[in-house]
Design a protein around this ligand. Structure first.
Ligand code: SAM
Length: 301
């Protein structure tokens, strides 16, 4: 059994035919996730976090802000491009089928998305047989404004939380922890927290964002502490900057991060050199939450 929780970098190549649980423990695997997942052992991971391409379908031009010289920093990365909805659906279907195969019967999966693809992904997941436990609405306290003023500001992302299938075994739900940050006395499925900014945001050598969609540590902390126990094996098959593994490592969980973009893999390796202390206590500001919902003096009830 691997003792260290520092990552091993694995280059996935055609001559690697299989990965045991020990092989993938505390690793960053550089390769196409559809190939790598196919080589992993069935029923081997305890939790999966999936933050897939959104397929934002932005027009092939820079988005200019009206009355301003600046351009909108949009997600226009190559990895987010698909030829059609059909191609996108095929990718999600293959990804989620392969994810399901490697989940233990007691494992759960979290999938995060926006309105651009959430509804198609939900259908695909249900058709694959996943058993949906919750959707969690992440309300962003600092969303990207709607510059053109032609629709509401999109201030939410949704997480789908699901068990492997209808006949799943008992999964982990640390309910007291969950109640400590869900809204209201019942700990409802609404999480209010900011997007990743400031020092937490990884930069490249030119000082630009390393990744357009890096997720906040606080979000992953809530996911991990709610649905796993120490030493569980957590998989992120589309890891980006590896936020999932970075938080898992700090919270004494095992992790396997898969990513095909070399720049992000390098960024992840560097990020993982750090050994941050992540307080288990959720960062919740009752005041900020109430203030947020009371903006413009609207009363909640
Ligand atoms: C939405 S981002 C994930 C961001 C991540 N949660 C974070 O906090 O940085 C999706 C990532 O999936 C990667 N990706 C997309 N298709 C992939 C594939 N077939 N194999 C491996 N990685 C893939 C992209 O390069 C991108 O970094």
């Amino acid at each position: 059994m691997k003792q260290t929780n520092q990552p091993t970098l694995i280059e996935d190549t055609p001559d690697i035919h299989g990965y045991s649980e020990d092989n993938i423990t505390n690793t960053i695997i550089h390769g196409n996730t559809l190939n790598v997942l196919g080589k992993m052992k069935e029923n081997s991971v305890d939790m999966v976090f999936v933050d897939p391409p959104y397929f934002l379908q932005l027009p092939p031009k820079k988005l200019k802000r009206w009355n301003a010289r600046t351009t909108v920093e949009a997600v226009d990365d190559e990895w987010d491009n698909f030829a059609s909805f059909a191609d996108y659906d095929d990718f999600i279907q293959e990804l989620m089928t392969k994810v399901q195969r490697v989940m233990k019967p007691s494992a759960t999966v979290w999938l995060i998305s926006t309105y651009h693809s959430l509804f198609r992904i939900g259908k695909i997941m249900q058709d694959c047989g996943f058993w949906i436990l919750n959707d969690v609405i992440w309300v962003k306290t600092n969303p990207m404004p709607n510059w053109l003023g032609v629709r509401f500001t999109n201030a939410t992302e949704n997480l789908i939380w699901a068990a492997k299938d209808r006949n799943h075994e008992k999964y982990t739900f640390n309910k007291d922890y969950a109640k400590s940050f869900g809204i209201g006395k019942v700990g409802a499925n609404v999480w209010v927290l900011p997007i990743c900014t400031g020092k937490e945001r990884l930069k490249d050598v030119e000082g630009n964002k390393l990744h357009s969609t890096q997720k906040p540590i606080e979000l992953l902390k809530r996911v991990i502490l709610t649905s796993t126990n120490e030493n569980d094996l957590i998989l992120d098959p589309v890891a980006g900057t590896g936020t999932t593994g970075f938080v898992a490592k700090a919270l004494n969980r095992r992790y396997c991060m898969i990513e095909f973009n070399e720049r992000y893999v390098k960024g992840m390796m560097k990020r993982f050199e750090e050994n941050p202390i992540i307080e288990k206590e959720p960062k919740v500001s009752e005041e900020k939450t109430i203030e947020y919902f009371r903006e413009k003096n609207h009363k909640l009830y």
